[in-house]
Design a protein around this ligand. Structure first.
Ligand code: TEU
Ligand code: CA
Length: 556
């Protein structure tokens, strides 16, 4: 495996709208991010991924871009962005932006021009088809946020355009070389600014199955999941290779692909030494309990399922390259609420989950607030929901026959809003996030769970993450922690997740993934306890007696 500059680093995702507000308007902004660079540096972060800050109507919170070359005034200015890149660099931090190029906003000039002249140059930037009232749509795919992927083209009742996401997110036509060149130009413009690279949004969707085709309906709405067409669409790799060649490779940029359900043979092409991405997120754990009927039918992952999914993903990635490991992001519930048993809020359990994920082979990404153990938001009414995805899933649940209360409870567990409530910096009014009124309500637990409280406390979740990152950067262990193979240990011992890292230096990671104590036989004497999320360490006669949720990293 060719060594890359980013391999040994730890990354951190910022959701700018909810991270830190510098001017009191209740919306997080770039100056807020700049003010927290010292905090990130002290944590040990060396790569920061910013969710989109481009100009946008915010129909999908910035994942609908109306101008790729400017910063939305709510987030700041281009001068702020340049300053952020420069200030981060001084602290050894690379800034990575979100690259949303499967679609743009319906308010982007390209789409406006396409509406003005669908037969013209910009009409070919999108997927537009003739259609007459009462006629069947070109295909029966269901959009990610519900409803058909086709909507009438504004100003043209006899035409429809394709959008796999919201109708305000028209899909860009990657089959058109002129569009692809426009995108590459834009990517290079940003890389010229000194950006470290990109997180690449929803990228597998850029290859459509053409000619369009219906699939058997999988719900009462007569539509089918977009997954069906993605399984059949061939050749996304050709676009991806071209993009990498024309952009990222010239700058040795870091890229992380948001890729779901890639085909097995694609993994080396995607993340190998000559891969079109540097890395991709491992979503195996996220997909546990998934149900095609909708969020209401999804089940809660068990520790055994978590372990199995993680080990499978590690084995698959090893010969190909490196995946990126997460317990949560801005599209998911909080990891500690999702992967720990209902009602389990202890710091031991939170650090166990964080530690087990962080120590896997791959690039660790923390999501803002994860480092203090932020939890899901409580919901008492559907009116509190902001996220368009959640609003759709609520309707799906109602249609499936759930009562309003049941539907709310079901979607609240999965809502993207859970991760989008403002960052909890301190216990004062506005949680240190804003001096004004936050755009989205705070989690009421901010008075207890916040950075200021944890910074001063040696046994806090925050200090634990700091020690995890320090171990990854420790020259004595970095080679093993970064590159060592993951070898499961006692995989059949119930609710025990344990693994070796590497073969040369023996590192053993052990987590007792349950509230009850359990004994774990050790394969060799302990030379050093490198990390422990509890104060006690009880080992005798080669047996480790682990209290519930203990997590340790041992040198053997
Ligand atoms: O998400 C891509 C994606 O496939 C989503 O449907 C994801 O599965 C869903 O949000 C989970 O609830 C990306 C972004 O991360 C997301 O925030 C955007 O809404 C989406 O693309 C469209 O840009
Ligand atoms: Ca602001």
């Amino acid at each position: 495996m060719i060594r890359k500059w980013w391999h040994g680093k730890t990354a951190y995702q910022i959701y700018p709208k909810s991270f830190c507000d510098s001017n009191g308007d209740g919306i997080g902004d770039l100056r807020g991010v700049i003010s927290k660079l010292d905090y990130l540096q002290a944590l040990g972060i060396e790569i920061v991924w910013l969710s989109p800050v481009y100009r946008s109507p915010l129909a999908d919170q910035g994942y609908d871009i109306s101008d790729y070359y400017s910063i939305d005034p709510r987030f700041g200015t281009m001068a702020d962005m340049d300053e952020l890149i420069a200030e981060a660099k001084k602290r050894g931090i690379s800034i990575v932006m979100d690259l949303v190029i499967n679609h743009c906003s319906d308010e982007h000039a390209w789409f406006q021009k396409a509406c003005a002249d669908p037969e013209g140059e910009y009409g070919r930037y999108f997927y537009i088809r003739d259609w007459h009232e009462g006629e069947k749509l070109p295909c029966n795919w269901r959009g990610y946020f519900g409803g058909p992927v086709w909507s009438p083209l504004p100003g043209h009742p006899d035409k429809v355009y394709l959008h796999l996401f919201h109708r305000k997110q028209p899909d860009l036509n990657w089959e058109n070389p002129a569009l692809r060149q426009e995108l590459y130009k834009m990517i290079n413009w940003w890389l010229e600014k000194g950006l470290g690279g990109f997180r690449i949004d929803a990228i597998i969707n850029i290859k459509k199955l053409i000619p369009y085709r219906d699939f058997p309906a999988d719900r009462d709405d007569g539509l089918c999941s977009v997954q069906r067409m993605l399984e059949q669409a061939k050749g996304v790799g050709i676009f991806l290779d071209e993009m990498a060649r024309e952009t990222f490779r010239k700058y040795d940029a870091f890229t992380v692909g948001e890729v779901f359900n890639e085909k097995p043979e694609e993994l080396p092409q995607f993340i190998g030494d000559d891969g079109c991405f540097s890395t991709m997120f491992d979503f195996a754990e996220k997909l546990i309990g998934d149900d095609p009927r909708g969020w209401y039918a999804c089940t809660k992952p068990t520790p055994e399922e978590y372990k199995a999914a993680a080990f499978r993903a590690q084995a698959r990635a090893l010969p190909a390259g490196m995946l990126s490991n997460i317990i949560e992001n801005h599209d998911e519930p909080r990891g500690v609420s999702h992967f720990l048993p209902e009602g389990e809020h202890s710091e031991a359990a939170k650090t166990l989950l964080g530690g087990l994920n962080f120590m896997l082979r791959g690039l660790p990404f923390l999501y803002q607030g994860q480092e203090i153990g932020m939890e899901n938001l409580p919901f008492s009414s559907i009116d509190q929901v902001d996220d368009i995805n959640t609003l759709d899933e609520y309707q799906v649940a109602l249609q499936a026959g759930l009562s309003e209360a049941e539907a709310l409870a079901a979607v609240a567990r999965m809502s993207r809003d859970n991760a989008r409530s403002p960052m909890q910096w301190d216990g004062g009014a506005g949680a240190g996030f804003t001096s004004g009124t936050p755009w989205m309500r705070l989690n009421p637990n901010y008075t207890r769970i916040n950075v200021a409280e944890q910074q001063g406390r040696e046994d806090s979740v925050l200090r634990f993450y700091q020690r995890l990152i320090a171990l990854r950067r420790d020259p004595a262990w970095a080679e093993t922690v970064v590159y060592g193979e993951t070898i499961p240990y006692l995989p059949r011992q119930h609710n025990l997740m344990a693994y070796f890292r590497g073969t040369a230096q023996k590192l053993l990671v052990i987590g007792n993934f349950q509230p009850e104590a359990q004994d774990v036989p050790l394969p060799a004497p302990v030379r050093q306890v490198l990390l422990n999320n509890l104060a006690q360490f009880d080992c005798d006669g080669g047996i480790l007696h682990m209290p519930g949720y203990q997590f340790v990293v041992l040198a053997l």
